[in-house]
Ligand binder design. Structure first.
Ligand code: FPP
Length: 232
């Protein structure tokens, strides 16, 4: 198994955790089982990313569109926040990682919102370590950009690109975006922050995406020459 730190690990990594449903269907299991496996793997893979040297990891757990899924499936996904609360806090506490939830949290049930805020406060002591796990939940990038623009308009001052970035709920440039599950699109995931991100697509369904797969993605990233529009 590869556990060695990567020399040029991406500082800020986004993960689009796609394929939970298909993982389950391929095993004749209910889709919900795929999400449970996905939740367990989220903790594993994000922990591995920090171990390899990443500083910020942001995982797409629920888009605003996903809120329209069948009630039973949606309730199950949200219940995972409560069920895996201790495992999540323990895993990131041991790595001194703080947590932040980004998205339209006001659209979530009260009990879930409370649990997210509690998770944040239990890991808040690690804010100074420079390592943060972000969970995007009830999140959509266009809405996030519109909200930031409206805030700027309400102040009546024009903003620069950097100032607009700072207004976003996730105010960091992404270095690498990994999408599992075979699709090759961004699905409204941090469009502004990912303007110069390297894009890595894996055909594996998220529950099968392993630490070795993550290592491979980081090695691929390290081999990229990032030009940001310049001729080098
Ligand atoms: C996409 O797979 C995945 C989701 C919509 C949910 C992701 C959720 C987790 C990994 C669990 C963690 C949850 C929280 C709230 C922290 P899909 O269902 O679209 O899969 P498919 O494309 O195969 O149908």
């Amino acid at each position: 198994m590869h556990t060695d730190k990567i020399i040029a690990a991406p500082e800020t990594v986004g993960i689009i955790m796609d394929g939970n449903g298909r993982w389950a269907q391929a095993r004749s299991l209910p889709r919900k089982e795929g999400h449970t496996k996905g939740m367990i793997n989220l903790i594993e893979i994000a922990s591995a990313a920090f171990r390899l040297g990443a500083k910020n990891v942001v995982c797409y757990s629920l888009s605003t569109e996903n809120l329209n899924r069948e009630k039973d499936e949606l309730e199950h996904i949200l219940s995972l926040v409560l069920r895996y609360f201790d495992a999540f806090v323990d895993a990131f506490r041991s790595r001194k990682v703080c947590a932040k939830f980004v998205g339209r949290l006001d659209l979530l049930p009260e009990e879930i919102r409370y649990s997210l805020l509690r998770t944040e406060s239990l890991l808040a002591e690690f804010a100074g370590t420079g390592r943060t796990i972000y969970i995007a939940i009830a999140y959509g990038s266009r809405a996030e950009i519109v909200d930031a623009v409206n805030k700027a308009i309400s102040r009546g001052e024009p903003v620069t690109e950097q100032e607009l970035l700072a207004e976003l709920s996730f105010p960091l440039e992404l270095d690498l975006i990994i999408r599992t599950g075979g699709e090759r699109r961004l699905s409204n995931f941090f469009l502004y922050q990912g303007a110069y991100a390297e894009l890595y697509f894996s055909d594996r369904y998220f529950p099968d995406f392993s630490k070795e797969d993550l290592h491979e993605a980081f090695e691929w990233y390290a081999s990229r020459q990032r030009r940001r529009g310049l001729v080098l």
